[in-house]
Ligand binder design. Structure first.
Ligand code: ATP
Length: 487
């Protein structure tokens, strides 16, 4: 559809674009990224024929751009430049209708049914039909931007060139416009080339990305090939970190700020533990980074409080999430700042241990109900699990963990827990083999993210050794308490 071959050029004597080549196939969405002034708009002007390259060629459907007549080109390609906030004296409908100009034939051509359909469809897709008789000057910046996108869509060309199409839009309209463009690309084979400042949106919606730096191609490929921490940091001179999108296989980035955090208490200790009537909690003055398999706020996040709550063995509530949330509010915990677990064990009997280490210190808190313990290797033999009896384990670290250290910490803690069951000879009653855990165990690893940085937390590291020792010792003791209670 579009092929750019070794183009160079700029304004007057100033070269801006240096040897840029790429191709965009039919039904593909390309995003152009790069810092302010790197030449994104200039490149778009060259692709659209507004600016001639000093050398190199732009091909549309295999034919050099200058060989297409202006009208032919306007049917093949629509350009939406950066929207300026000028005064406009036309109505929304009149503005969108301008998009049909390339389809008008001859001097006496009349407005066809097809023209009308295209205009109405474009206004509907961009949610501006309700303003069709309003003058543009009475619209907000974002509303006006949607009108110009409608004008571009009304042109019904196969190639759409957009310069920052969503920069004035709120998140709902960003999503609406980009979902709509994505759908036109995927379902109707439209080809879109768009300049983006928002790297996350570009990653999410584009098939491929072209990252520019000072008029040159720095990277070109699928989002995962372009949005790489080091590469983005180099080009934008800003600290960032990439992470997974929750639903799509498209990398997302977070800006890492460089502001100074005011000095305050950043260590946690046993004094952060609070015991309530039916719970044990850990409450810090600042949020800790947490990875957990809790009932409430599971996964990775930043939380100030953790709670392990005793529920009756017959606790069987349909909407556990909602009930837990009500409970937290009732007990005075912030539901958005608290990780919550449940157990049938009396949390007053929780085992609490603190270990000093060269990196800082580590607190382990365990409750263990092992009446329903199972051998995980034979779990497939069971038809149903009784949801009673749970081992809840917390590992709270004064130190800074990488993401892989969090995962290794979870593994190390799980292995130590299983070893404790083995040492205490806890049996799976059905299979008559040594149990490895219970069907509903929960685990939380938290770190203050201050002090010493620890890349790994397996048993070869000091922090891993402490996690293993702490979880093993605390779990053994918790199982012994449980056994004594049961006698
Ligand atoms: N009409 C012009 N005449 C002369 N120089 C220009 C003109 N338009 C842009 N430039 C210069 O060309 C360079 C690239 O500008 P361009 O608008 O292509 O950058 P951009 O990557 O789109 O930037 P931004 O992210 O800020 O929109 C800049 O140094 C700019 O000052």
């Amino acid at each position: 559809m579009l092929k750019v071959e070794h183009i160079f050029g700029g304004y007057h004597q100033t070269p801006i674009i240096h040897d840029i080549s790429f191709q965009v196939g039919k039904g593909e969405f390309l995003g152009i990224l790069g810092p302010n002034g790197c030449g994104k708009s200039t490149l778009l002007k060259m692709i659209s024929g507004i600016l001639n390259p000093t050398s190199g060629t732009v091909f549309i459907d295999g034919v050099p751009i200058e060989k297409h007549s202006p009208k032919e080109l306007a049917k093949k390609m629509t350009v939406l430049p950066q929207i300026q906030s000028n005064a406009f004296s036309t109505t929304v409908r009149e503005t969108v209708e301008i998009g049909r100009y390339p389809h008008q034939t001859g001097f006496f051509s009349s407005w066809s049914e097809e023209d009308e359909k295209a205009v109405v469809k474009a206004m509907e897709l961009t949610d501006v039909r309700k303003y069709q008789n309003t003058n543009l000057e009475f619209l907000s910046g974002g509303e006006r931007q949607r009108v110009f996108i409608a004008q571009a869509l009304a042109q019904s060309s196969e190639l759409l060139l957009l310069d920052e199409p969503t920069n004035h839009l709120d998140i709902a309209h960003q999503k609406q416009i980009l979902d709509m463009l994505r759908q036109e690309v995927t379902e109707h084979g439209m080809t879109v080339v768009a300049v983006f400042h928002d790297i996350n949106l570009a990653s999410l919606y584009c098939d491929r990305l072209l990252l520019m730096e000072a008029g040159r191609v720095k990277a070109y490929g699928e989002p995962h090939e372009v949005i790489i921490d080091r590469q983005i940091m180099e080009v934008y001179d800003a600290r960032i970190s990439t992470q997974a999108h929750p639903e799509q296989p498209k990398p997302q980035m977070a800006i890492l700020p460089d502001f100074e955090v005011p000095e305050k208490e950043t260590m946690v200790s046993l004094s952060n533990i609070k015991k309530g009537e039916d719970y044990i909690a850990f409450i810090a003055d600042f949020p800790l980074k947490v990875l957990s398999s809790a009932v409430h706020n599971a996964g990775m996040g930043w939380y100030r409080a953790f709670i392990n709550r005793t529920v009756p063995p017959e606790y069987d509530i349909e909407n556990v999430q909602n009930e837990f949330l009500q409970y937290l509010v009732h007990q005075g915990f912030s539901p958005t700042n608290t990780v919550g677990m449940m157990t049938a064990v009396d949390t007053k009997k929780a085992v609490i241990r603190e270990y000093q280490a060269s990196f800082g210190s580590l607190i382990v808190i365990v409750t263990a109900g092992v009446g329903n313990a199972i051998d995980v290797s034979l779990a497939y033999e069971r038809k149903a699990f009784q949801p009673i009896g749970t081992i809840n384990t917390w590992v709270i670290i004064n130190g800074k963990l990488s993401d892989e250290a969090f995962v290794q910490g979870m593994m190390t803690a799980t292995e130590a827990k299983s070893k404790a069951l083995q040492s205490e000879n806890v049996m799976d009653k059905l299979t008559n083999t040594i149990a490895t855990g219970t069907p509903t165990d929960s685990l939380l690893v938290a770190a203050t993210q201050q002090g010493e940085y620890m890349q790994y937390a397996g048993p070869i590291t000091e922090v891993g050794k402490m996690i293993a020792k702490g979880v093993y010792e605390a779990t053994v003791e918790a199982i012994q308490i449980y056994k004594r209670e049961m006698e």
